[in-house]
Design a protein around this ligand. Structure first.
Ligand SMILES: *Cc1c(COP(=O)(O)O)cnc(C)c1O
Length: 369
């Protein structure tokens, strides 16, 4: 197999950063964030992109733009990180945790329907590990119940299903560009939408209502500063110019690791859905060994970084932060306990991946908790 090699992206970045740095300090922020927005919108084929300082900020602006506020309920999968939930709590809304289907990793819409109340205003599908749910099922459910759809696509840049990009299915799609995401700028984020009023609201929200949406006075509302700084926008733009390389590299790394561990008893690759072109964000293996979570934690200690083992990822509804009134999300717990999601970056070479595979094989064979 010929594999795209990790390239030295640093050279490219230095070339693009030079002119931006020379223009600083520029109190207007300079033109680079707007260039990034134009190119993001073109790359995803949507009318509007709004660049912000983080994925969390993108979710915050998107939720607020969709009218989510105090007392509202937002359906959110328990199968996610706290960063999905924090912005809705900051707006005074309440998360209603929905289960996921272990067979598909997608939202369990029967559970979502059971948990709907008249206060539900929005649903936030999370494309964890780059895996995208069924866009049709999402659209039908949201339309039937009059919900805004805010996609947490932080990990899903480059995934498509039935030809639709993750992050372009709902009312708004939110992305993170934190290091570790496929399209990175150190810190940063952006949102995509086809609604002009949502884009204008988000652009006002990230910059203290200046500029204000059409027909409103500047500074006429209190908002936030979550602008994307020019040097980070320049890094994002340089990486956007090599986005197909970055996505293909991650896909090749993931294929390489999954092929190298294909023979190991007790571990089975989790395949993408029919019609899904998965970005390969993290090689996913179903762990069928005793105390599977313990195995993931053990692998992290042995130098194989992974979601549950290294970052203690647990279903959000089981975190002490949230009152646990809703019925527990057993599917989400089952998925998290039984999934090994290996953490990759663009620096990981064949040698690194083969070392991970060797450690996984050795430790699985010896696993006797
Ligand atoms: C990274 C991430 C976020 C938060 O993005 P930041 O840029 O770190 O604020 C939100 N949701 C998911 C699923 C993520 O992976």
């Amino acid at each position: 197999m010929t594999m795209p090699q990790p390239s030295n992206g640093a050279r490219l970045l230095i070339d693009q950063l030079g002119p931006v740095l020379e223009q600083m300090p520029d109190p207007s922020g300079g033109p680079v964030a707007a260039d990034l927005e134009r190119e993001l919108a073109a790359a995803f084929g949507v009318p509007y992109a709004v660049a912000v300082s983080s994925g969390t900020a993108a979710l915050h602006a998107a939720l607020s733009a969709c009218g989510v506020g105090p007392g509202d309920e937002v359906l959110v999968p328990a199968l996610t990180v706290v960063m999905t939930v924090a912005p809705l709590a900051a707006l005074g809304a309440r998360p209603v945790f929905v289960d996921s289907d272990p067979a598909t990793l997608d939202l369990d819409y029967a559970d979502a329907a059971r948990k709907l109340t008249p206060r539900a205003r929005a649903i936030m599908p999370v494309h964890l590990w780059g895996r995208m749910g069924d866009p049709q099922a999402l659209a039908v459910f949201a339309a039937e119940h009059g919900l805004a759809v805010i996609e947490d696509s932080a990990q899903a840049v480059g995934t498509t299903r039935e030809g639709q990009w993750a992050g372009t299915v709902g009312t708004v799609g939110c992305f993170s560009m934190k290091d570790g995401k496929i399209l990175w700028s150190g810190e940063g984020g952006f949102l995509l939408t086809d609604r002009r009023e949502v884009a204008e609201y988000a652009a006002a929200f990230r910059s203290h209502w200046l500029p204000a949406p059409a027909g409103q006075a500047p500074l006429s509302r209190l908002a936030t500063n979550s602008r994307l700084a020019a040097p980070l926008a320049a890094i994002a733009l340089a990486n956007l110019h090599r986005i197909s390389h970055l996505v293909q590299l991650r896909q090749a790394q993931t294929r390489h690791l999954l092929t190298a561990v294909a023979h190991i008893p007790g571990l089975t690759a989790v395949d993408p859905a029919v019609g899904e072109q998965w970005n390969g964000f993290a090689p996913l293996l179903h762990i069928d060994l005793p105390t599977p979570r313990g195995f993931a934690e053990h692998l992290a200690r042995q130098g194989v970084p992974n979601s549950t083992g290294s970052f203690r990822l647990v279903p959000c509804d089981t975190r002490g932060l949230f009152p646990s009134a809703d019925r527990p999300c057993r599917g989400a717990a089952q998925i998290m306990d039984h999934t090994l999601a290996v953490v990759l970056t663009e620096h990981d070479t064949d040698t690194t991946l083969e070392r991970y595979a060797a450690v996984i094989a050795r430790e699985a064979a010896a696993w006797a908790p």
